[in-house]
Design a protein around this ligand. Structure first.
Ligand code: AMP
Ligand code: MG
Length: 331
């Protein structure tokens, strides 16, 4: 197929983002414009976030097309994040995508957001057949590819790692999202306070850790609590990841999602990857969090493989698991 130009629209949670990618023999991100909803207090309020997305959508879309120097008429397809995510937020992205597809007569491509993180990670790191550690606000999973699907080796039984960090941060009065501040405070300490470490089989559970860490807030120095929280949570993830590497014998470990930006997590994973003879590949920080590029790029792969939906059959699915997607564009 000739070169493709695809617009991607991301709106699963806090971020509204548009991106244009070009797919020839290689992939190129021509633009990626984000606008993040930041609540003044508390966590994401789905309707408030959706209101933010609705307000910024025209400007973000215009900036994205201008930066890519592409007119809507030149696009081959329009991709949108169809799930999983917060219903009101997902609907904003889907409505914008549907309206553009209808008005300009363009094919519409639904993209699973988690698959988006993985495919963009593969494009940017060059990973071919990795064990994937997906660590973000919406996901915590360790997966390997086999027989056209991502197979989940282990995952969280309750909170995601992003929820653990952000909910702890909220209790400590940190701005949201809290991962970066927790990381910088943790760097100032090396005093470890014991906290619940819960790995069940290949799955992790963070709710007991969150409760215990919050209880320490009034008793121990903040730096020590942040340090200990990171050490325990990241060790749990590293244990399961090491098991996946040993079991699958894959030669690459790829880390994607917003928490991939964390240097301490990266250094723990570097250690086990080396032990298991695998190469560690971490998505670049600029593209670790939610962004339109993950949707545009995966949309281009899907569209090239023949996937699109009629405008009146476009859907969003709040609970669309990524291991339910048949990945027909990869073998
Ligand atoms: P995503 O859902 O992929 O956009 O990822 C967002 C999550 O990444 C939030 O929970 C953030 O707190 C977290 N995050 C961002 N930067 C860091 C960091 N440096 N260390 C740990 N977590 C981070
Ligand atoms: Mg995400």
């Amino acid at each position: 197929m000739a070169e493709l130009l695809v617009l991607g629209i991301e709106s699963t949670a806090h971020t509204f983002s548009c991106s244009v990618v070009r797919k020839g023999r290689k992939g190129e991100i021509l633009s990626n414009v984000n606008s993040v909803y930041r609540p003044e207090k508390g966590g994401i309020h789905p309707r408030e976030a959706a209101r933010h997305h609705t307000a910024v959508a025209p400007e973000v879309l215009k900036e994205c097309l201008d930066a890519a120097r592409v007119g809507i008429g030149e696009l081959d397809a329009i991709a949108y994040s169809a799930g999983p995510g917060l219903g009101p937020c997902l609907r904003v992205g889907a409505v914008v995508a549907r309206a553009l597809a209808y008005r300009y007569g363009k094919p519409l491509v639904p993209v699973n957001h988690a698959i988006g993180h993985i495919e963009l990670g593969r494009l940017l790191t060059g990973a071919k057949d990795p064990v994937v550690l997906l660590v973000s606000g919406g996901h915590t999973a360790i997966a390997c590819f086999g027989s056209r699907r991502w197979r989940v080796f282990g995952e969280t039984l309750d909170l995601t790692i992003g929820q653990l960090l952000d909910q702890f941060g909220r209790a400590a009065g940190f701005p949201s999202p809290s991962g970066p501040l927790i990381e910088s405070l943790a760097k100032r300490s090396d005093r470890f306070i014991d906290l619940p470490y819960v790995v069940k089989g290949n799955d992790v559970s963070f709710s007991g850790l969150l409760t215990a860490a919050k209880k320490l807030l009034s008793k121990e120095p903040l730096e020590d609590v942040c340090y200990s929280l990171q050490e325990v949570a990241f060790s749990m993830l590293t244990e399961v990841t090491e098991r996946a590497l040993a079991f699958s014998e894959k030669g690459e470990l790829m880390v994607v999602g917003g928490v991939a930006a964390n240097e301490r997590l990266r250094s723990m994973l570097e250690f086990v990857a080396e032990e298991q003879g695998a190469e560690l590949k971490v998505v670049p920080k600029a593209y670790s969090g939610d962004c339109g590029a993950q949707i545009a790029w995966t949309g281009a792969l899907e569209f090239e493989a023949g996937i699109s939906v009629p405008v009146d059959e476009a859907f969003v699915r709040q609970d669309w698991r990524f291991d339910r997607v048949e990945v027909c564009w990869s073998s």
